[in-house]
Design a protein around this ligand. Structure first.
Ligand code: BTN
Length: 253
């Protein structure tokens, strides 16, 4: 346990100086029966993982944590919780930065500052045969002190964007508090208020975007996000419902 970080119930913080990946550790703990609300936080990651098998460059002084949840319901609801997390992180980033900075959510789970990626989420889940969730791990990476330079998207960090005096501990606490507020809303009122709040923070709505899917790449108008969290793309006059993919902006946001 770390004395320097105080998380409210139901969070239980497990701290490591160094680990391969907080997601990998949270999954090991899930398999060993760790409870809902376990938060795995590491000061260093030696094998940080990003979405679609990519590496997550894990610079010293950045935030790496994974929330282990055991939500009720079908695994399709996991997607809704990813938007609760992304919004929580966007709010935490917004609160840490000078007022003029524009903080946006990019579908599905990225947080951008002035169009540059500052945070990403990696969701992993194990389900029962009928689709219920045994566990859900939400891995969160936030660039605080540094960001990678030679990657295929533009990244940034809180320090690079002029955040005054933020620490990893502060950002972990703020993110967990904001996530918890969103989780309570989601449990009591459902996904709709989360969807509305996410759409307010989203970039690219109504604009032309390109979406890379496993077997094709399509361009169209980003119409909205639907009641399950899927991206609705207007492509050749028809609506396409997209549940997984990488989004690229082809026109100014
Ligand atoms: C992405 O945008 O590709 C998702 C990045 C997720 C990175 C975080 S860092 C903490 C947790 N542990 C990992 O190995 N990955 C996630």
């Amino acid at each position: 346990m770390s004395d320097s970080v105080k998380l409210p119930s139901p969070f239980k913080l497990i701290t490591f100086d160094e680990i391969d990946s907080t997601n990998a550790e949270a999954k090991r703990m899930a398999a060993d029966g760790a409870p809902d609300g376990t938060v795995v936080w590491a000061r260093r990651q030696t094998a940080g993982k990003g979405r679609r098998g990519r590496e997550w460059v894990s610079g010293e002084g950045n935030l790496f944590c994974s929330l282990l949840l055991r939500p009720e319901g079908h695994a399709a609801r996991a997607m809704q919780l990813s938007f609760v997390s992304a919004l929580g992180m966007a709010d935490a980033v917004n609160a840490a930065l000078p007022r003029h900075c524009q903080v946006h959510c990019k579908w599905p789970n990225d947080v951008l500052v002035e169009g540059r990626k500052i945070s990403g989420l990696l969701l992993e889940t194990e389900t029962y045969p009928l689709g219920g969730m045994k566990w859900l791990v939400i891995g969160v990476g936030l660039n605080i002190a540094s960001h990678p330079e030679n990657i295929d998207f533009t990244a940034t960090s809180l320090t690079a964007e002029g955040a005054p005096e933020v620490t990893v501990e502060m950002m972990l606490e703020t993110f967990c508090l904001r996530f918890l507020a969103g989780l309570v809303t989601w449990k009591n009122l459902g996904f709709e208020p989360i969807r509305k709040a996410w759409l307010k923070r989203a970039c690219g709505i109504g604009k032309e975007i390109t979406v890379q899917l496993p077997r094709e790449t399509i361009t169209g108008e980003f119409k909205t996000m639907d009641e399950d969290g899927a991206l609705i793309l207007l492509h050749n006059g028809a609506e396409r419902r997209i549940t997984a993919g990488d989004v690229f902006f082809t026109s100014p946001r």
